[in-house]
Design a protein around this ligand. Structure first.
Ligand SMILES: C[S@@+](CC[C@H](N)C(=O)[O-])C[C@H]1O[C@@H](n2cnc3c(N)ncnc32)[C@H](O)[C@@H]1O
Length: 210
């Protein structure tokens, strides 16, 4: 276990997880419902305790959900079992495509660039500070031309104390724009536990360049 992985796992163990609302992300629901009968394979980057991965599975997607925290992943597996859906939860460092492939095991070759939807709520804004190049290599491996990507991250226009790491719109565009074309970027609020309005974020809808 690396120190970063241990850091995240510890936060789940002690309950220092303000992002872990247990509520399905509204922007994800809106994104999925904006297309008719959209299914196929979905990959969630930094799935945490699995609320959104389970939602995607209930919607009909074949879901792979990755996180480096095994504590979070166990909770996701318990939730999926309780709801009665199948999600392939994998423990992997998303800044290392080799580690993602290792975690996928014998499914790895079949899954390369096979996902129609990528979803990230709060992983990119953390991982970019650790190893942006590695994270982009993983995205490149997951996304085929025309794969849709919804990424939610912190927004520097939020002037409140604390909250998630902030990423400027210019940074989002320059860091992800090589791989993805932007369909829209708009401000939204994360939703905290209990349905309370949380920090301001960017919702970024992208399509993998051909
Ligand atoms: C802010 S939390 C968001 C979790 C989840 N998406 C949610 O909305 O509840 C960021 C998540 O990314 C995971 N994470 C951070 N860096 C990672 C990495 N390099 N590889 C895999 N997971 C990572 C953390 O363990 C944590 O679960």
């Amino acid at each position: 276990m690396t120190s970063k992985t241990a850091h995240w796992d510890h936060r789940y163990q002690v309950g220092d997880t303000p992002w872990d609302s247990g509520i399905v992300e509204r922007e994800l629901v809106r994104f999925v419902k904006s297309r008719t009968n959209w299914t196929g394979r979905a990959f969630e980057l930094g799935c945490g305790s699995g609320t959104n991965a389970v939602y995607l599975a209930k919607t009909g997607f074949e879901v792979v959900a990755a996180d480096c925290s095994t504590t979070a992943l166990s909770r996701g597996s318990e939730l999926a079992a309780a709801v009665g859906v199948s999600v392939n939860f994998i423990a992997a460092d998303l800044c290392s495509v080799a580690d993602v492939r290792r975690a996928l095991g014998s499914d790895s070759a079949k899954l390369e660039r096979s996902f129609s939807l990528l979803f990230d709520r709060g992983c990119f804004h953390c991982a970019r500070k650790v190893n942006l190049t590695g994270f982009l290599e993983t995205l490149d491996w997951l996304a085929a031309p025309h794969t849709n990507f919804l990424m939610l991250c912190g927004n520097p226009n939020d002037r409140s104390e604390g909250g998630p790491p902030r990423v400027s719109q210019d940074e989002v565009r320059s860091e992800l724009g090589g791989l993805f074309e932007f369909v829209s970027i708009y401000e939204f609020h994360f939703e905290d536990r209990g349905g309370i309005t949380g920090p301001l974020g960017w919702a970024c809808e992208m399509i993998r360049r051909a």
